[in-house]
Write a protein that binds this ligand. Sequence first.
Ligand SMILES: C[S@@+](CC[C@H](N)C(=O)[O-])C[C@H]1O[C@@H](n2cnc3c(N)ncnc32)[C@H](O)[C@@H]1O
Ligand SMILES: [Zn+2]
Length: 387
Amino acid sequence: MWFRSLEWYACPMCHAALRLKILDERRVDLSPEYLALAKELGRLDADFNRFVESGALLCDHCRVVYPIVEGLPVLIPYTTPTHAEFEAAHKALLAALPQYKWPAKTSVPGEEFVMRSFAAEWRDYDYDGVIWDLSYEDHEKRFLAEIGEQMLHDGQEGTFVEIGCGLGLTTLFAAKDLRCDAIGVDLSLAVLRATAQFKDNPFLHFVQGSAFYLPLRPLIANVIYSHGVLHHTYSTQDAVTAVTQHCARGGWIYLWLYGSGSKKGSVARRFAFALEETVRPSIARHLSAPPVKATLSVMACAYLAVNFVHRLRDPSVEKYTFANAVHAARDRFTPMFAHRHDYPEVAGWLRNAGFNCLEKVDWRTMPTANQANYRRNTGVRGKRVTT
Ligand SMILES: C[S@@+](CC[C@H](N)C(=O)[O-])C[C@H]1O[C@@H](n2cnc3c(N)ncnc32)[C@H](O)[C@@H]1O
Ligand SMILES: [Zn+2]
């Protein structure tokens, strides 16, 4: 973690500020472009290039210790296998903090499972220029179309927070397009890969955390962005309510959620939805079993065929490799939860949380490869009322 990111992080349980204990840190040689931007934004100081590789974050209020592993702060309110590994490697540090314990909250329903299934989904992905069926270039265009001109304008030079950032590609585009510090939060260890991949960018910050217990100070985000995430939790509404607490007054939120259109339409689409509803719960429960792996490979072949047809219709759709197809099949068939919500419902939640300027994102503004996706699903943006 960049040393200076301490100013945004907070205990996920009580939201108090955290104290940093450094075990290992380095000074990063930053590119002239980043240094110039940091200077322009008034963020360049003696600590700007300090990167903490390992250490601990302490909450003096809860008397809890959170590990920093390979540059990644692990700010979830319960333990995972990462904690045991950290404990084995850093016995002396923990022995010197006898009054601090690991966090021991109970996770929200299904969350530890969701963490494992998505870790498996991202583990084999390569940063290969294609994400889902989009080139990185189209992915960035999609991001800009999602947030729209007003959010792009108001979010400049502020703090951007992405919930469920996966491998951090959108977080990267946000930092660039909004000329801001961008924080990517994800429940899975995809963020460990993102931390390593983008370790030379001092405007990118990744943290392992849950949407239900965001390890961030309240009201810090000028833009909160979340695409394809909150419907994968036990309650989309509770997740939306939790993340809105971190949006600054006058700040913006963008959410993309599965919509009911994804279960309607052609016979093939209805069949795919019925198949998903039938097999997803049992696939989710037996993720590492060999028959599940074989089933996912068969499904990946179906994805390759669909991708082939899509590319005949629209050449801007990227060609799937087998790995891309397995990733897409995993995304559809392995999550434990996949709820569907339409615009009026989501807009109602946001209105109750104090947002206005609510708007359903127009699918026609998307790159062509993604328009159908936006017709069927729900992209919503809104602004938090200032008074
Ligand atoms: C379908 S992926 C989408 C990733 C990325 N937003 C994208 O569009 O490529 C869903 C991501 O949400 C994360 N996730 C699921 N539940 C979460 C939660 N409660 N808090 C934070 N992240 C969560 C998963 O780990 C996964 O990386
Ligand atoms: Zn605390």
